[in-house]
Ligand binder design. Structure first.
Ligand SMILES: C[S@@+](CC[C@H](N)C(=O)[O-])C[C@H]1O[C@@H](n2cnc3c(N)ncnc32)[C@H](O)[C@@H]1O
Length: 401
């Protein structure tokens, strides 16, 4: 039997609270959400919480919370054991959302509260400081099992690996000694042993050899320390180690270093991502508007840049099953297609958006898009044509997946 590969992008039109119960438990690896922000203007939801809406701040927070809570509970249900959730949010609801996610996902599963610099110029309106960022709250379904790797290959700089080996490979030196005081002969006795090294040739071994000096791991103050590598590992990887004469204020000493390669022989070097994501790295609201304009025109006011989603996707395996149930203009699906096209991955993305009517007189209405679902659909179709991977649409009635 020939298995037809799943299209990279699938769309369901409907209220997400109706669609989510149709999805099987554990059927996604990454959920990205960019819900309506509760900015004080109307926000779109069609369930039974309208009665809870108050006129003041507290009432609005309560109504927003009542809208998002059951959806986040469904999100947790449809995430696989190794999965993760990332939610974009601004200052209006970040405090409330953080507490709600702590409650639903468990605060021990927080992977980060990332600051995303989406508006580098800063919002000039209002009494306070010019806000130039939003947040991304990222939670593991289960921290111990989560496959999200919070690192990226993009931030790795050749300049951080300034040395060159005889065969022309870039590297940097890291002390083989464990500099963390928590690790010492008492806490890690098997890592405290002598090694032998020759600073002339650079050779390091766990047994004595001609011309070698005995070297014990010690802290700067002379107290006994431990190595980072076990004796068998040192024996297995002699080419990744280097013995050197170090000139210090307290005289010369012989020490051992790891050669940390820019391009390790197995796998790609990655760097842990910081919790501040700059617009020049992931794009801004302006670049996001330009991306959408290039495909459909300026038909959606606050899309996210595909760069933001690409960075998130890079933290997950290349066959991640992605869900975005506040899909808007379809940025997540677009990013999934771009990522697959770039690295040959087999990610899939299910986008859900309601048929929220576009504002009368808006660019979207002028362009003939009666509702947001029509915009999501149009972008994902255009992406399938331009980038590839296909496009499918499902009704919001039958079970999905
Ligand atoms: C902030 S926008 C998402 C923008 C999106 N990230 C992008 O880059 O274009 C939120 C979207 O959620 C949709 N939405 C709001 N309530 C919904 C609901 N109950 N079910 C499905 N979609 C909903 C709105 O129509 C809107 O398009």
């Amino acid at each position: 039997m020939v298995r037809v590969p799943a299209p990279w992008n699938t769309f369901v039109e409907g209220d997400n609270l109706t669609v989510l119960p149709l999805l099987p438990d554990g059927s996604f690896d990454l959920i990205y959400l960019d819900p309506p922000y509760n900015t004080g203007n109307d926000f779109a939801y069609r369930d039974d919480f309208r009665g809870e809406r108050g006129s003041g701040r507290v009432g609005r927070h309560g109504a927003w919370n009542a809208m998002i809570r059951p959806r986040l509970m469904q999100a947790r249900r449809v995430l696989g054991a190794g999965g993760a959730l990332a939610v974009s949010i601004d200052d209006h609801e970040v405090a409330h959302l953080r507490l709600l996610l702590d409650e639903i996902f468990g605060e021990e599963n927080l992977l980060g509260q990332v600051v995303v610099n989406l508006n580098p110029k800063g919002r000039q309106l209002g009494r306070g400081f010019a806000i130039s960022h939003e947040y991304l709250l990222v939670y593991a379904r289960d921290l111990g099992a989560c496959v999200l790797d919070p690192s990226s290959s993009a931030g790795v700089r050749e300049a951080d690996f300034p040395l060159l080996s005889a065969d022309g490979r870039h590297y940097r030196r890291l002390p083989l000694r464990n500099t963390n005081k928590k690790f010492n002969p008492r806490t890690a006795p098997t890592l405290h042993f002598p090694v032998w090294g020759d600073p002339e040739s650079g050779r390091v071994a766990v047994a004595p050899f001609e011309g070698a000096t005995r070297i014990e791991p010690v802290f700067g103050d002379g107290r006994p320390a431990v190595w980072r590598w076990s004796a068998p590992r040192i024996e297995e990887r002699p080419d990744d180690l280097e013995c050197r004469l170090v000139r210090g204020v307290r005289g010369d000493r012989v020490d051992v270093y790891q050669r940390d390669w820019l391009h390790p022989p197995h796998g790609q070097r990655r760097k842990k991502l910081s919790t501040i994501w700059l617009a020049e790295e992931v794009g801004s609201t302006d670049t996001a508007v330009a991306e959408l304009k290039a495909i459909l025109g300026p038909v959606f006011e606050s899309p996210k840049p595909t760069g933001l989603l690409r960075r998130l996707l890079e933290t997950m395996p290349a066959d991640a099953r992605v869900l975005d149930f506040f899909a808007g203009s379809g940025t997540t699906g677009h990013a999934v297609a771009l990522a697959n096209a770039a690295d040959g991955g087999r990610r899939t993305c299910l986008s859900v958006n309601s048929a929220e009517p576009t504002r009368a007189g808006s660019n979207a209405a002028h362009a003939g898009y009666a509702d947001v679902a029509a915009i999501t659909r149009a972008r994902l179709r255009a992406v399938a044509e331009g980038v590839g991977g296909g496009f499918a649409e499902h009704p919001a009635t039958a079970p999905l997946g």
